[in-house]
Design a protein around this ligand. Structure first.
Ligand SMILES: Cc1cc2nc3c(=O)[nH]c(=O)nc-3n(C[C@H](O)[C@H](O)[C@H](O)COP(=O)(O)O)c2cc1C
Length: 323
């Protein structure tokens, strides 16, 4: 399948693996890239730019295909060394960067100078247009269904994607709720040129996370996610567990007086405990409603091959039958 996204990133299939904290290690990115998609290393999971440089080197040893790095600009307890991370990306010869969170305008000139294609993840048409205006090459349009931070507008992809198609000139991928060939065909029908998946890629053989995490995703239904940190305007969609229920009680009790410090135990520094140690109640971790569509733990190649053959048969057989 050829789209503006496959052409832009030099990949075989229009499928991107979104940056994921404590999941997007070299093993994850390389497995997706080797399967013909675009794998992404999560920059900030590496504590220093030196460690990111090393992760990029490790990924290159595992794949000769293109892969990218995610740079997330979200509120955090201490500001990361972004110039250092960007230098590691450029020096590492990476040609694709997924930015997310705050406006990446400040960092675009140096990335573009290095010939890097930038895809910015946005949860609204307004931010997508801004990304286009500041010179991003593509957008990942992230609907309300998504795992992680869906923003504060709550517009699901059945509306958000065609709205983005009405306004954008640069290509975009559909993100949030994408799982299979049906998702890809629907995304293409709504105007996207590919899809970005997060949660689906965690439940794969190569995802470098504890088996408990993969099993929790397979066991979860589409009813099992919750929105946390809404009162802080930093909404995150997470899988429900004991810590999340505790956090939601605090949100209800403290109302608009709640501060980040009140929920620090449930959200700060919890990812290694969950993703690496498999302590599933250690805190709030991002997960999409798409968990309801995830029933197995294939390899990345099995998953991507299955998506592409399912998409082709939907287009060639199911859809043409209706004409
Ligand atoms: C466990 C997890 C961690 C994530 N961490 C990040 C992150 O650090 N930066 C980022 O831009 N997006 C992050 N995301 C969002 C994904 O890149 C992607 O946009 C999202 O998962 C898409 O929705 P889906 O889960 O329905 O596929 C994360 C998602 C998950 C599930």
């Amino acid at each position: 399948m050829k789209t503006r996204i496959t052409e832009m990133f030099g990949i075989q299939h229009p499928i991107i693996q979104g940056g994921m904290h404590y999941v997007g290690f070299a093993e994850m990115a390389a497995a997706v890239s080797n399967a013909g998609g675009l794998g992404i290393i999560t920059g900030l999971t590496q504590r220093t730019p030196e460690l990111l440089a090393n992760e990029i080197r490790r990924c290159r040893e595992m794949t000769d295909k293109p892969f990218g790095v995610n740079l997330t600009f979200l509120p955090s307890l201490s500001t990361p060394d972004y110039p250092g991370y960007i230098k590691a990306i450029i020096d590492g010869g990476v040609k694709a960067v997924e930015t997310a969170g705050n406006n990446p305008a400040k960092w675009l000139p140096v990335l573009k100078e290095a010939g890097i294609k930038v895809i910015h993840k946005c949860t609204s048409v307004r931010h997508s247009l801004k990304a286009e205006a500041i010179g991003c090459d593509a957008v990942s349009v992230d609907g309300f269904e998504c795992g992680g931070h869906p923003g504060e507008d709550d517009v699901p992809n059945f509306i958000l994607l065609p709205r983005a198609a009405e306004e954008l000139k640069i290509p975009f991928v559909a993100s949030g709720g994408m799982a299979d060939g049906r998702s890809l065909v629907a995304a293409l029908a709504l105007g996207a040129e590919g899809m970005n998946m997060g949660t689906r890629f965690i439940a794969t053989k190569e995802a470098p996370v504890h088996e408990n995490v993969k099993r929790a995703i397979v066991a979860a239904s589409e009813l099992d996610t919750r929105l946390v940190m809404r009162p802080l305007r930093n909404t995150e969609r997470v899988l429900t567990n004991a810590a999340v229920e505790r956090l939601l009680v605090k949100e209800r009790e403290l109302g608009s007086n709640i501060k980040f410090e009140d929920i620090i135990e449930e959200v700060a520094g919890v990812y290694p405990k969950i993703m690496t140690d498999g302590e599933m109640d250690a805190g709030a971790w991002s997960c999409g409603m798409v968990a309801g569509l995830i029933h197995d733990i294939p390899t990345c190649k099995e998953l991507i091959d299955r998506i592409m053959s399912e998409a082709e048969s939907i287009i060639q057989q199911r859809l043409t039958r209706f004409l």
